[in-house]
Design a protein around this ligand. Structure first.
Ligand SMILES: [Zn+2]
Length: 404
């Protein structure tokens, strides 16, 4: 009987991870020591740009394929670009579904995404790069961003928004770097199964995983601030307890969200694609502020990626090699039952303190570890997903594991 229950639980957890929207942002962020960079306040002036329509962002899409699964076609890429432009310009028909009490804060962000016309050497391009890979599934370790690791190198981020699309662990739908991250990892990663609007994954077939991730790329936090009743630093989004999933209806009041309840139809919540359809004016100000003079994405306004004069954008392109970061924390097995083996590498090798969090951010265990390989007794944890984090003065890392 116990075995039957265990098998059932395993099936259940796999089903859950397939049917719920997942953004791996907070886990990814904890892996990255971001390069400090000034981010303008939300009151910064909005830049004047060359385009009468607003800000234009040139895009390169790197598609990694291992021959399995349906190929990502050019039409799918265009469908994703169209979906981004629809939602960032308030041209989505489902804006009509915004409840009356949130309508006054709904915003047209006014950013357009355009496939690049020239590559870094100045040659014409479709803005789509395809590369074969032997990697079965990419994870949060950013290998997808390095040719030497089975992925594809970023194009210069001063001229391009890099979007990587490839086979990912099914629990990872997407993640993004934040403004101010290192240039070689700057961009958005999307699981090819949920990319574009022509995919077969009904809950994610409106291209809104990428809309959400680009919100992060433009400096937005999750609407619940990644904390219990946390703050997203945006004035006109209600405080809410945690994320919402699926397709909620009616007022869902939580912590400080007030009588109107959570804004679960916001792109920065975790609801199904069909059930999220708005950014707010406050989120718009935040996103536009990253293009203000001196802010991390201001240089993109002078990108050469849409010019076709043949001038190289980066004369050294193709000659440099980009070093990939080493993975600093690995766990085994996945899923685990009673014991979890943790291998620690690199800068984390001293003063190790491990903390296990559940998916709502509660601390479940804290362990002081003296060796670079640690055996964790996890028999007291309930079945489910957990995050293991390690920190010392010079680095931090995290890994996700599943307890059966
Ligand atoms: Zn997210």
């Amino acid at each position: 009987m116990r075995r039957i229950i265990a098998v059932f639980l395993f099936l259940f957890t796999s089903l859950v991870s397939h049917s719920q929207k997942e953004c791996s942002q907070s886990i990814y962020n904890s892996r990255i020591t971001a390069v400090a960079s000034p981010v303008a306040s939300t009151n910064a002036p909005v830049p004047v740009t060359a385009s009468a329509e607003g800000i234009q962002v040139p895009v390169v899409v790197h598609i990694l394929s291992n021959g399995k699964g349906a190929p990502v076609t050019d039409e799918q890429v265009q469908s994703q670009i169209d979906a981004l432009n629809r939602d960032f310009n308030a041209q989505n028909a489902d804006l009509a579904n915004i409840p009356i009490y949130f309508k006054r804060v709904a915003a047209r962000v006014g950013i357009r995404f355009v496939l690049a016309k020239v590559d870094p050497s100045g040659k014409p391009t479709t803005g789509i790069v395809r590369r074969e890979t032997s990697i079965q599934t990419f994870t949060l370790d950013d290998r997808i961003k390095f040719r030497s690791k089975g992925g594809d190198d970023a194009w210069p981020r001063d001229h391009y928004l890099n979007i990587w699309v490839g086979p990912m662990l099914s629990a990872i739908h997407g993640y993004s770097s934040q403004p101010g991250s290192a240039p070689e990892i700057d961009g958005v990663v999307i699981n090819s199964e949920v990319f574009g609007t022509l995919n077969k994954r009904g809950s994610y077939s409106k291209g809104r995983i990428a809309v959400h991730e680009l919100g992060h790329w433009l400096g937005l936090k999750h609407i619940w601030g990644d904390n219990y009743c946390g703050d997203d630093d945006i004035d006109d989004t209600p405080q809410q307890k945690s994320y919402n999933r699926g397709c909620p209806s009616g007022n869902r009041v939580s912590c400080g969200s007030g009588s109107n309840g959570d804004m679960y139809m916001n792109f920065m919540d975790m609801t199904d694609d069909a059930c999220m359809f708005m950014f707010t004016e406050g989120q718009k100000r935040k996103m536009l502020s990253v293009f203000a003079p001196g802010s991390p994405r201001a240089v993109l306004l002078n990108s050469g990626a849409l010019l076709t004069d043949g001038k190289p954008i980066d004369p050294a392109w193709g000659q440099q090699t980009v070093a990939a970061p080493e993975k600093s924390l690995t766990v085994f097995p996945v899923p685990a039952t009673r014991e979890l083996r943790v291998d620690i590498h690199g800068p984390l090798d001293r003063n190790k303190r491990m903390v296990v969090y559940n998916m709502t951010g509660q601390v479940m265990m804290t362990v002081e570890a003296a060796k670079s390989q640690v055996q964790l007794d996890i028999s007291s944890l309930k079945s489910g997903q957990y995050i293991l984090k390690m920190e010392n003065s010079s680095a931090s890392a995290a890994a996700k594991f599943v307890k059966l």
